[in-house]
Design a protein. Structure first.
Length: 115
């Protein structure tokens, strides 16, 4: 009788998780050798482009060496910070929460007096 999937005995066959496909690895190695061999020619061609084209191609290559910055949703960030503050207040001793609240009230009063 054939083994059943999820029988508790582990993987049923094939490559171990994370093991690269041999063909994919070979193709990557081959392409890498080609790219390394053509580096000087590529740079020469890149530098011989008109300025506008050079900048366009230069910018197109940037994501491969420097990751793009993620846009930040300010509201989501503030909401996340408030949730974390609420969590900390819930687990903090009452006397600590009272001291923090008093300090915040004093800062708010001081800020209101100067504005």
């Amino acid at each position: 009788m054939a083994r059943q999937k999820n029988d508790g005995k582990g993987r049923m066959g094939g490559r171990a998780k994370g093991t690269p496909n041999k063909t994919t690895a070979a193709v990557k190695d081959w392409l890498s050798e080609i790219m390394d061999g053509e580096r000087a020619r590529f740079l020469s061609a890149l530098h011989n482009l008109p300025d506008e084209e050079f900048v366009k191609h230069y910018i197109a290559l940037m994501p491969y060496i420097k990751p793009k910055m993620q846009s930040v949703d300010v509201r989501a960030t503030i909401e996340q910070e408030y949730k974390e503050i609420e969590r900390l207040i819930d687990i903090a001793p009452d006397d600590v929460v009272d001291k923090i609240a008093a300090k915040m009230m004093a800062l708010k009063k001081k800020e209101g007096g100067n504005g």
